[in-house]
Design a protein around this ligand. Sequence first.
Ligand SMILES: Nc1ncnc2c1ncn2[C@@H]1O[C@H](COP(=O)(O)OP(=O)(O)OP(=O)(O)O)[C@@H](O)[C@H]1O
Ligand SMILES: [Mg+2]
Length: 237
Amino acid sequence: MSETFLDVADLDVFYGSSQILFGVGFTVGRGETTALLGRNGAGKSTTFKALAGIAPPKRGSITLAGATLEGRKPYRIARAGLGYVPEDRQVFPEHSIEDNLLIGAKKGPNGEDYWTLARIYEVLPRLHDLRHRMAGRLSGGEQQMLTIARTLMGNPSVLMLDEPSEGLAPIIVAQIGDLIRRLRHLGVTVLLAEQNMHFCLGIATHAVVIDKGTIVHRGPIAELRDNEEIRKRYLAV
Ligand SMILES: Nc1ncnc2c1ncn2[C@@H]1O[C@H](COP(=O)(O)OP(=O)(O)OP(=O)(O)O)[C@@H](O)[C@H]1O
Ligand SMILES: [Mg+2]
């Protein structure tokens, strides 16, 4: 396993008085694609919101490349290198694809400037073809591609995708999977929340399984693929 890049330890998160996460902890190595898997309501999105500073944890620590993230405001966490694509893939509907991408443009926490318009268009030629189209007129799949691309334009150290395949047609899901695989080959570190384990096979290198706000399994993705008991007990497969 490569060096620990993102280190999450002992997170407790509450909504009001109800506790949602119980001591959540896992690590992500540089360049890995880690899938956070769990059923409906297991706590995947809450974990992402905790990392992004939107649902600040009451206890626990979050470290990215040695920098402490917990307790910081969301915009500072983003600036420290955590790129977050939420479930509801927000685009600026009245702006063109190109403007949406430019809105996301900034250097990474250490001045990284790998991701530019030209790079994005190279990796996603479809966005180049449609670059003058209003984002609000794109299909769901195209909007998902655009939000991922816009987040990449911020040159994040870790790209966090909350259920990128949700609600999309199988052919688009395959395209998103292909994009995530290509990002791994480009060295991007990805953390992916998913209910769909089959989508993650062949995409993720590692799996973390969450159930009722508790981490119940961690390991290489092949280990989960071969472990029927865990799959049956904690996933809808
Ligand atoms: N704003 C909120 N206030 C109170 N409870 C919430 C809130 N958001 C989520 N919850 C509860 O927290 C638990 C975890 O929800 P979360 O959205 O993190 O699950 P998830 O794993 O992302 O599920 P899904 O696969 O449906 O997206 C659920 O029981 C949910 O009902
Ligand atoms: Mg969710």
